[in-house]
Every structure is written in C-alpha cells, then in structure tokens.
Design a protein around this ligand. Structure first.
Ligand SMILES: Nc1ncnc2c1ncn2[C@@H]1O[C@H](COP(=O)(O)OP(=O)(O)O)[C@@H](O)[C@H]1O
Ligand SMILES: [Mg+2]
Length: 360
C-alpha cells in the first residue's frame, strides 16, 4: 500500500522530520550523510519490523536521545492506516497499528510490502548461502503469512534440536528424546520445503519473464533451488535417523530446509564465482523486478519500490531500462545526491505536488 506520510523522531541523524509522499515517483535528494538512506530504512522498518542496514536496534537511536519513533500513514483501499514503532534507549520496541499494540511482528509483515534496491542487497548474488536463504525467506514471508508461521516454527524446533545435539556426545546418547524431535522437525520441515518449493517456482517464473522483457540485451539469467527435499515425512525421519551419529558428532542438524542453496546462473555460469561487477548489478536489478512481480501476483497488492542511490550504481542505459520496467502505478521512492542525474535518466519528478525532498 502506498505510504502517504512518514514522521521520524530521533531516528539516525534526524531530530524530527515529516515527509508527505505522492503515490508515484518521489525523490529524496541531498548530500552524503544527510539521512536519505535513513528514511528508506525507516520505511523498511514500518514494512517488516526491521532495518536493512543493521540488526542492532540501538544504532538507530539518535546520539544520546531517550527514545525514537517512526510513524507512517499508509493508504489502504478504504482508509488511512497508521503504523508506529516506538523504541527506548535500551532497545525495547513496541509497534502499533492504528493505536493497537502488536502481539507479534507477524501481524505487520505483509501489510505494506516494500521492494528495496540498495547496495546492501547485493549479498543476494554475492553473499553466502545463508544470505540467499534469508532473502527468499523474507520475501516468501511477505507474500504468505502461512510461510512466515511455518518458518518461525521450523526455526524454533531446529534450535531446540540443535541444543539437544550440542548437549550430547557419542557415548552419552540423546536417545529417545531425539526421536521425538526428529518427528517434530520432519513434520514442520517437510511443510516448509513444500511451501518454499511452491513460492520459489513462482519466483523463478517471474524472473524468466523479467529477463525476457529486457529485449535489447542478449544474456541468460535464471535461478535454481538446490535442495535434497524428502519425498515425505517418513523418508525425512529416516534420513535424520541415518545421520544420527553425524549430527551428534557435529552438534547440529545437517539435514533440512536450513541447508538449501540457491544458485543464480548468468550466461551459463554461476554468478557468485564468475560474475563481473556489472553482471552482479544487473542480476540484482532483475531479481528485484521479479520480486515486484511476485508480490503483485501473489498478494494482489503493489509494493512500494525503494531505490537507494540506484543511478550512481547503474549506467545510463540500465537505469533507463530499470525505470521503464517499474510500472507507472507503483509508488517509488528514489534517493540521490544529484537530482540532475535522476532527471537525465528520464525520471519525471513532480516538483510541485510533493514528490521531491531536499535534505540539505
Ligand atoms: N544513531 C545515530 N545518531 C546520529 N547520527 C547517526 C546515527 N546513525 C547514523 N548517523 C549518521 O546519519 C547520517 C545519515 O546517514 P545516511 O542515512 O546513510 O545518509 P545518506 O544516505 O544521505 O548518505 C550519517 O552521517 C551517519 O553518520
Ligand atoms: Mg545513502
């Protein structure tokens, strides 16, 4: 859902700031360090409950202030929805929707999806398997509350099983207790795998379409989920049983969806090993455009597109292609140090009707 307004208090370098966005293209411009990315970070937090730059919540609070708040107003089909995050100095957080405190972040995730294109996201093509899993887990949680619930349950049970394995060694066997956890984790792990397979297939289709739409370019780009998915729960448990000694020896679970890998292939080669800088940037752009499509397709809602310094990172030709592929009806928030670059690349900024903010 489009964001109409954001208000920040003591967030990063901002004392207090209020911005009113238009439903189309918005540009936030200003010098390095003026707090442009911080605003995208705040919008991202309102969307999924956390920053994309840090896991340390305390970093977000301005200098020696006592508390911070982020307030956003989103335009839903029939009303304005207010989301507020309050955080104190010790990192304690409370989140409210229309004044009602959330019991779980689950209630927030998926309400107002954002698609973020920023240098931090480059780990999707360059990073470790964990980074790729995190990306898809996050995306699938945004499009499916059920996925989010299953994933949370799986992670909880995995942690408990790993704790048990870590507490035992080969002479002091975990025995019957482990059998119980094996059954539990097989059940939830199998569910997670099925859901992941389903959404991944959909993502992959959207990615193929996105690549096809890059008409002028000759390249191939695709993604693949590399997994050892069991046929059913029974087989899953059998595999765990076979790995009993290995798991106890290593003190962790060596089989399950948390070991999945995702490969991106650019012109027949694994991009992580062989991709050039330019290919990585193009790959990320394609992934993000596919993400927009997946969110639209599954949720029937349009995400907010956040482009952090995109034009400094992509050449003129790619930037134009990128903008051409972002539908006109998507709300887009762009940050830049140079308004002229953005205009030169064919972005029409509505300077008179909100849409353009100078941070100094
Ligand atoms: N907790 C904080 N308190 C005060 N200043 C901060 C805090 N966190 C970051 N900053 C500062 O905020 C500024 C804004 O950073 P950023 O949002 O990355 O700006 P931009 O994207 O415009 O370059 C940086 O100069 C950074 O040092
Ligand atoms: Mg920045």
């Amino acid at each position: 859902m489009p964001i109409k307004e954001i208000g920040l208090v003591s967030f990063r370098n901002h004392d207090t700031i209020n911005l009113e966005f238009c439903p189309k293209i918005n540009v936030i411009w200003g010098k390095n360090g003026s707090g442009k990315t911080a605003i995208l970070e705040a919008i991202h937090s309102l969307s999924i409950g956390r920053s994309f730059r840090t896991n340390r919540k305390k970093e977000l609070l301005k200098d020696d202030k006592e508390f911070l708040s982020i307030t956003g107003k989103f335009q839903t089909a029939d009303k304005i929805q207010e989301i507020q995050i309050n955080q104190t100095k010790d990192g304690t957080r409370r989140t409210f929707i229309d004044g009602k405190k959330l019991e779980s972040i689950r209630e927030l995730v998926g309400l107002n999806p954002v698609v973020l294109l920023s240098p931090e996201e480059q780990v999707i093509t360059k990073g470790a398997p964990q980074d790729q899993r995190n990306y898809f887990n996050k995306l699938f949680s945004v499009v499916s509350n059920e996925y989010f619930t299953i994933l949370s349950d799986y992670n909880r049970i995995l942690k408990q099983r790993n704790k048990l394995l870590d507490d035992f060694n080969l002479t002091n066997k975990a025995g019957a207790e482990l059998d119980i956890w094996n059954e539990r984790i097989s059940e939830i792990g199998q569910k997670l795998w099925k859901k992941r397979e389903y959404y991944f297939k959909n993502f992959s289709l959207e990615l193929n379409k996105t690549v096809k739409d890059f008409k002028d370019d000759k390249f191939t780009f695709s993604c693949e989920l590399v997994t050892k998915i069991a046929d059913n729960e029974k087989e899953y448990t059998e595999i765990l049983n076979k790995r009993h000694n290995r798991d106890i020896y290593l003190g962790r679970t060596t089989y399950g969806p948390h070991t999945d890998k995702i490969n991106f292939t650019f012109n027949e080669k694994n991009i992580k090993q062989y991709g050039s800088q330019g290919e990585h940037k193009l790959a990320l752009l394609l992934i993000k455009l596919a993400e927009v499509r997946l969110i639209r397709k599954v949720t029937k809602n349009a995400p907010i597109v956040l482009l952090d310094d995109l034009f400094a990172k992509l050449d003129n030709y790619r930037s134009k292609q990128a903008m051409a592929m972002i539908d006109n009806d998507l709300q887009t928030i762009i940050t830049t140090t140079d308004l002229k670059i953005v205009e030169d690349r064919g972005v029409e900024i509505d300077k008179f009707n909100n849409g353009s903010f100078y941070l100094g």
